[in-house]
Design a protein around this ligand. Structure first.
Ligand code: LMR
Length: 396
């Protein structure tokens, strides 16, 4: 039965982990997978999370199941973090929530939930979008199409083109939006764009599905969700997939939530059972550990402040790496405008170089990035900036 099987090509992003590890060049630079790294290239556990883990270890006295929804305090904490503690939608109990195995789990459960709701739904994703959106969503049985998003000539969002496409959509369409820090381009929607999208959603009847994996790594914890909160205040129904991989550094603990906003509290209750049922049919229930830690951090005033400060210093450092990289590039007089690097948000920037140039950077300089030329800015540090800028000059 298995004789005909061939090995699949490596995952476009996760495959970079192994390739980088095997490279023996001491100058190698990993700008591939989106993980935050400090000045020494290490992805440390956040201090607030370490303290929460210690507290959790001292107090946890059972490993019995905690129920299909996951850690209740965690899910409630994330609802408030994303939508605001004063959100009238939350006060009206219009949002159901589920702890999921990371943001991927949330996207997958959300997609399967949608495919149960209605036949023939199409999910529209930005062009380009995060490499794993398409396999995750289409594996749930939904059709995928793209809407125009990134303009390669301006290295910014082409909102007129996006808006024109949204104007063609209807009630059988779902529009996947990146809540902030667009992956892979770093080009974010402005608040005015979010306002327009809300108007379009109401007029055309499509459902927004927001993927937010970088809250706090752009302009700030609240600033980064301004658009999402506005959208939530304007539309009746929407889905939100959140991840705690980056902003709590919980990558391998696979910690996320799926939130589904609906018209009223009784629908929200019904939906909660539906999304739990999708999870049950897939993996039963989410691992709880990461949720416990985030619950502790979010509900202890001192730990929460510590986490906010840690997250803020990560975001500040990424911004300064953007400025430093641009400065180094400009010092070398490279014949291409890279000024967009400091305008984009979050951990990623799309360098806009060719696949051949990306390959040369990998083969000749051991600098690893996605084939699309997306770099993880958080993988840079002051030691490697000159090396990266020199290499760019050599290939561009
Ligand atoms: C990325 O985009 O590099 C990260 O979100 C890691 C992943 O799972 O792809």
């Amino acid at each position: 039965m298995f004789d005909q099987l061939n090995a699949l090509p490596a995952d476009p992003l996760l495959g970079l982990i192994g390739a980088f590890r095997e490279d023996s060049n001491p100058d190698k630079v990993d700008l591939g997978v989106g993980v935050y790294k400090d000045e020494t290239g290490h992805t440390a556990i956040m201090t607030s999370i370490q303290k929460a883990a210690k507290r959790h270890m001292e107090t946890e006295n059972s490993k019995t199941y905690i129920g299909p929804g996951g850690v209740v305090g965690f899910v409630e904490g994330i609802k408030q973090l994303v939508l605001g503690a004063d959100s009238s939608i939350l006060m009206d109990s219009r949002v159901s929530g589920l702890q999921t195995p990371g943001g991927c789990g949330a996207l997958r459960v959300g997609s399967e939930f949608l495919s149960r709701m209605k036949e023939d739904l199409t999910v529209w994703v930005s062009d380009p979008t995060w490499a794993n959106h398409i396999p995750l969503i289409s594996a749930a049985g939904l059709k995928i199409k793209t809407y125009p998003y990134f303009d390669n000539t301006t290295s910014a969002v082409n909102f007129d083109a996006m808006d024109a496409k949204l104007a063609e959509l209807g009630p059988s369409d779902i529009v996947l939006l990146h809540g902030c820090c667009h992956n892979p381009t770093g080009a974010d929607l402005s608040f005015e764009h979010w306002q327009r999208i809300a108007e379009r959603a109401n007029k055309q009847g499509f459902i927004p599905f927001v993927d937010i994996a970088y809250q706090g790594l752009g302009d700030g914890i609240i600033e980064d969700v301004k658009g999402v909160r506005y959208l939530s205040s304007q539309v009746e129904e929407m889905l939100i997939a959140t991840s705690c991989s980056k902003n709590y550094g919980l990558y391998r603990e696979r910690t996320g939530t799926l939130l589904v906003q609906t018209k009223n509290a009784s629908q929200a209750k019904a939906i909660e059972t539906q999304i739990q049922d999708v999870a049950r049919a897939n993996y039963s229930m989410s691992p709880a550990y990461g949720g416990f830690l985030v619950d502790i951090v979010l509900h202890d005033a001192a730990l929460r402040t510590e986490w906010e400060n840690e997250l803020n210093s990560m975001a500040v450092r990424v911004k300064s790496l953007r400025r430093n990289l641009l400065e180094k590039i400009e010092q070398r007089g490279i014949n291409k405008d890279f000024s967009f690097i400091t305008q984009q948000k979050g951990m990623f920037t799309y360098l806009g170089i060719t696949k051949e140039q990306v390959q040369r950077l990998r083969n000749e300089f051991s600098i690893y990035m996605a084939d699309s030329s997306r770099i993880n800015v958080a993988g840079l540090n002051t030691h490697c900036l000159d090396y990266v800028a020199d290499a760019l000059k050599a290939v561009v």
